[in-house]
Design a protein around this ligand. Structure first.
Ligand code: ADP
Ligand code: MG
Length: 301
């Protein structure tokens, strides 16, 4: 019997070409794809969920790979689609990875080194001050942010006093803060698919920033992994339950160990420019994804 999967994939930065390759790889294995299934256009009527003309209930798997166009509605439907069929990534692991605190808490409890962190109620400024006096430097992070946006480095107790009134004005439920890691302003991004190592590259912050994100002026460079890094990335991915993950790791100079910063559930493929630089992992990643889709469909059948 014919198998058909639904795809919602980012189209910018070469995503459209990646999607074409994925569709053609799947076709070679007699798996059909319906692309452009943006849940934004989802309509549920009684037991049926449609996205435009496609009856989602009939699909064998849904591949959701679009970080940029996510809406609350999309995430809301993600959950019911995942009740109907296997999803990559699963709803559960996807929502976990979208929340930095939920993720680091899970990682710490799985024995994986992460940055030290604290979560407290918005009114509990006393414990913020306490942890600040222990740590000396910390980073305030929105738990659902990306691209380095909203991260605030707090360098001393006076800075904390200055920004607390602002944080209190913002309509926050809680504070999530991390100890500021003494590191060389560069990181490792390790991609894992289906529990297997795909690739490693590095990013370094620009000279006037401490964040390695491209959106904060950081740049990508070629960087080899080592066994330790690969082991950490595989374990971190396993702990989150993600089928596809991009694990961000930095080296803590004080603790003299690698620490996981975050686990991304929709790690981008190399852009055409990055491919020219020598990041050549896209085909391997696509191959592993295709294998995994085929297997999950079979398991389901
Ligand atoms: N605890 C920390 N200590 C030092 N630098 C940090 C810390 N947390 C984040 N950074 C820097 O900020 C960047 C963005 O942080 P991250 O947690 O990955 O959030 P985002 O989802 O916005 O990328 C990291 O790539 C790293 O360079
Ligand atoms: Mg990051």
């Amino acid at each position: 019997m014919d198998k058909t999967i639904g795809i919602w994939m980012y189209q910018n930065s070469g995503g459209d070409k990646i999607e074409e390759k994925l569709v053609s790889k799947l076709r070679q294995r007699d798996i059909k794809s319906i692309t452009n299934l943006n849940p934004r256009y989802g309509i549920a009527k009684n037991k049926d969920l449609f996205i435009k003309e496609t009856l989602i209930n009939d699909l064998d798997l849904f591949f959701s790979y679009n970080a940029g166009e996510q809406t609350q509605y999309q995430v809301y439907l993600y959950k019911i689609i995942n009740n109907l069929m296997p999803m990559i990534n699963s709803y559960e692991s996807f929502t976990l990875s979208e929340d930095k605190f939920q993720t680091t808490f899970k990682l710490k409890n799985s024995g994986i080194s992460t940055t030290d962190f604290e979560l407290c109620h918005r009114d509990d400024t006393e414990s913020l001050r306490n942890i600040m006096s222990q740590w000396k430097k910390m980073v305030y992070k929105p738990v659902d942010g990306w691209g380095g946006v909203g991260l605030t480095k707090i360098e001393n107790e006076q800075t904390l006093d200055i920004i607390l009134p602002f944080l209190n004005q913002a309509d926050l439920r809680f504070f999530y803060v991390e100890k500021f890691v003494n590191y060389d302003n560069s990181d490792f991004r390790i991609d894992i698919v289906d529990g297997q190592f795909v690739s490693c590259y590095g990013r370094k912050a620009s000279s006037d920033d401490w964040r390695t994100n491209i959106t904060s002026g950081g740049s990508v460079f070629l960087r080899e992994a080592n066994d330790k890094l690969v082991d950490i990335a595989i374990k971190a991915t396993k702990a989150t339950g993600l089928d596809i993950a991009g694990v961000d790791i930095i080296y803590d100079r004080d603790k003299e160990e690698y620490v996981v910063l975050e686990v991304n559930g929709i790690p981008a493929f190399a852009t055409p420019e990055q491919e020219k630089m020598g990041l050549d992992f896209n085909d391997k990643k696509l191959e592993l994804i295709t294998d995994m889709i085929e297997r999950k469909i079979k398991d389901k059948g």
